[in-house]
Design a protein around this ligand. Structure first.
Ligand code: TXA
Ligand code: MG
Length: 354
């Protein structure tokens, strides 16, 4: 089926000439998996659900297909991509070395929201995937649609989050259309993702292993199996080159300005901004009579997210997308606990507000 809406046109301002126009098709999973796999095999771009966020996939072994990802997203060519595969054996086939840490973490957490950076094997994937670097990031996603797609495609699939570079990641097919509609062939719709934020990234080419990005897999789970140095998402390697080049300060950001409020101050800050004429949304924390649904409060739109870190993370991007779509000028976010369990949420909120 073909669905074409106003949103399918996306934002084409300032496009390079090499982004062809597509009437982006929405394929429903599971029926659409075969067609999506065929499009991938033919070298085309397909957005698909994972348990974290939607990815924008292309064959990792075809340079032209991978270049099309960078063009559609407006992603700087120096920022490498994660390769998605269906099982550990397929991941190992991309690696020149598979250290004990990789084996331990992969067997414990794959399929799952963990990405491993390993030394890359010669010519299994296009150079564009790794931005010319000697390592490759790999993961086996824990989503039945993603796994079925990867099995049907039978090729490694490079996939960054399916959004324009530096903007909020998509957790529904509608979010993908809002950002990339008109710029990609199709999106495979598998409903809302369950984890809601990106995978945790661990570099196992070094010993001890280095955390490159906080994410959906809690740090404590990784640390229980391998010693880990926290790279804080801002690690630099030889020559000052960023090891996770996508870890720049402003990232994962909605259009609205995100304002982090100290504990207990969110309501007052929101009211002051509203009084100054801004359209304000508030992301509160804790139980809510509306069950997390947006509602109009004294200081504008208000959404309460759960007081539990994984449940909060699962709904964070959807809430930010909602407040953005509601044309908020500012989103006031109530402080989250200064506790290791909340590290990934704190990281995303800090970058969204940078
Ligand atoms: O959950 C996720 O990881 C999602 C889904 C689609 O799998 N993907 C995702 O991709 O978040 P992306 O491109 O938005 O973020 C990937 C991050 C970037 O910060 C990139 O710099 C880093 O992974 N990365 C990729 N390859 C790398 C490598 N070889 N060494 C270090 N960092 C790498
Ligand atoms: Mg991204």
């Amino acid at each position: 089926m073909t669905t074409r809406t106003r949103q399918d046109e996306g934002d084409r301002a300032g496009d390079p000439a090499d982004v062809p126009h597509h009437a982006t098709r929405v394929l429903l999973a599971p029926e659409g998996i075969g067609e999506a796999a065929a499009a991938l095999r033919a070298g085309r771009l397909v957005a698909f659900p994972t348990e974290t966020v939607y990815g924008l996939g292309a064959r990792a072994d075809l340079a032209a297909a991978v270049r099309a990802i960078f063009a559609a997203k407006g992603r700087p060519p120096g920022n490498p991509l994660i390769v998605h595969v269906a099982d550990v054996a397929a991941a190992r086939a991309l690696a020149a070395e598979w250290p004990l840490e990789a084996e331990r973490l992969a067997s414990a957490f794959w399929p799952g929201p963990l990405t491993l950076v390993v030394r890359r094997r010669g010519d299994a994937i296009a150079d564009e995937v790794t931005a010319g670097g000697p390592t490759v990031a790999v993961r086996v996603p824990a989503h039945p649609v993603a796994l079925a797609l990867l099995r049907a495609a039978g090729v490694p699939v490079a996939a960054p989050s399916a959004n324009r570079s530096n903007t909020l990641s998509p957790v529904t097919a509608a979010h993908v259309l809002k950002s990339l509609g008109g710029r990609i062939e199709c999106v495979l719709d598998g409903g809302a993702t369950s984890r809601g934020i990106e995978s945790t990234i661990v570099d196992v080419t070094r010993s001890p292993a280095v955390l490159l990005r906080h994410g959906a897999l809690p740090l404590a789970d990784v640390e229980a199996l391998v010693p880990l140095v926290d790279g804080g998402g801002a690690v630099t390697g030889p020559g000052g080159r960023a090891l996770a080049p996508g870890s720049q300060e402003r990232h994962y950001a909605p259009r609205a300005r995100v304002v982090l409020a100290p504990a207990g101050a969110a309501e007052a800050i929101a009211e002051a901004r509203r009084a100054a004429g801004e359209r304000v949304g508030t992301l509160a924390r804790g139980d809510d009579a509306e069950g997390g649904a947006p509602h109009a409060g004294a200081a504008g739109l208000r959404i309460a997210l759960p007081d539990d870190a994984p449940a909060y993370a699962a709904r964070l991007y959807a809430a930010l997308h909602y407040l953005d779509d509601a044309a908020c000028d500012a989103i006031v976010v109530e402080a989250v606990p200064d506790d290791p369990a909340w590290a990934a949420v704190r990281d995303r909120l800090r970058r969204a507000s940078a």
